[in-house]
Ligand binder design. Sequence first.
Ligand code: ADP
Length: 450
Amino acid sequence: MNSPSGRGRGHVAAAIVIILAAIGLLVLVLSLPGSRVGVAVAAIIAAAMLGIRQAFNHARLRRLRQMAGAFSDGDLSARADIAGVDSIARLAGDLNALGDRLVAAGAALEAQRRLLDGALGSLAEGVACIDDLDRVIYANPAWRHLTSAGAEASGAAFYEHLAAAALSAAVAKVRGSGRADEVEFEHRRRRLRATVSRATPDALVIVLHDLTELKRLEGARREFVAAVSHELKTPLTAVAGFAETLLDGALDGDPAVARGFVEKIARHADRLTILVRDVLTLSRLEQGSWEVKPEPIDLVGIGRAVAEEHQPAADDRQVRIVLDAPGSLDAVSDRELLQQLLGNLVSNAVRYNRQPGSVTISLGGDGDRLRLRVADTGIGIPPEHRERIFERFFRVDAHRSRASGGTGLGLAIVKQLVDALQGTISLESGPGGTTFTVECPRIDPRAARN
Ligand code: ADP
């Protein structure tokens, strides 16, 4: 723009033209009679000065024009170096100042955009502003992710990446009424809720909430409630039925028969108690309201207590419980969680065993990990069911599970307990039996914080 060579070429060309014109005029003047020569020379000098000035101004104006062109092409760094006090020099000064102001305004705008990105960038909700032609003028990262538009979101019409009739209708409605509107729709297998409102007279803002996970949880909760109700129904119906039979006369009949009914009522009541206990345990664990309390423990002591607790049930089924562990195994963990976890695994290992059979509880650990292993000589879990056995109320054989006092929630609780202990669980199973292996930190990371 201010290149000295460009300016130099312009001046040289103007000077050559002027010199040639002056030579021509000099020849003309010398041919005039003597009395007129003085006047003619003065006129020539005046004309030459005027010409030089015009050529000079022309070059300066051309520089200003180039600068204005650069501005309109987006190059705000162009400046004109024009000295003087005349109006062209003043115009150059004004244009230079305009350039400086545009650069400053651009930087301020960029800073604002970065601030907006920073503020809206971490939101889980997708946020976009659209202009009066439905083009996206701003989209935060969540919007780009939820609509799968990526970097192409800006500049495109919103419906190119988010085609939903309900949303387009809401946008039109808000434009018409000025009042905010809310709609729900499916997009790429996601359930979205969009809130549309006016941001400025021309621009609308759309906020997208991803409801997919919420709906999934709602569905899972509904299914769970239905399953629990179903599980409760059988023992409740039995209790009500036997009580009614007793009241209808059995109570006054043969005492042995009446006792049989009462025993059945007691058995079903026990079943109800166990079911309700498991449901409460599971919901406490799932809601995260089970406070993990790490304390110094001896894992072998816990293993011994669990083995003793389940020995009577094991004896009934001719199952031997063996504890394979060192003399003691110190750890800092939640005693109750570990006891329940081991208890559920041992209970299953006893109930799904063969007669006679055995259950081996192996406890060990290396360095910073604890390892709990429960191996049985039981019926095994067919490969096609192994993925699902940690689901709530999933049973390979529902009849056997119920008959042995199972609620269908034991392994779902185990899974939650393992998560609460920040551990992992794996299983191996075959015709010779099943082995569950749990690993978790030997010193619970939360212990240091308490
Ligand atoms: P349940 O109360 O029915 O035992 P669980 O959640 O504890 O419920 O277990 C789910 C299902 O997994 C059981 O019904 C059973 O079919 C199977 N299962 C669990 N543990 C074992 C095991 N050690 N051997 C064979 N099958 C098992």
